[in-house]
Design a protein. Structure first.
Length: 62
């Protein structure tokens, strides 16, 4: 996945940030911030977590 992301960013140099659909109660998401850089070892990019503090019902209720 890291390699594919690196290739994507190389081919689309205008991309500086990505939207991520992670929620705070997802595994390993407890300490995520609304906006933060990618983790060490990943291609440099800004991650934006617009639904980080949403609950399951807020996403799936109709």
């Amino acid at each position: 996945m890291k390699q594919a992301f690196a290739e994507y960013l190389k081919e689309h140099r205008i991309i500086k940030a990505v939207l991520v659909g992670t929620r705070r109660n997802d595994p390993f998401a407890q300490d995520l911030k609304y906006i933060q850089p990618t983790d060490h070892g990943w291609p440099p990019c800004v991650r934006i977590h617009p639904i980080i503090d949403w609950q399951y019902a807020e996403i799936w209720e109709t």
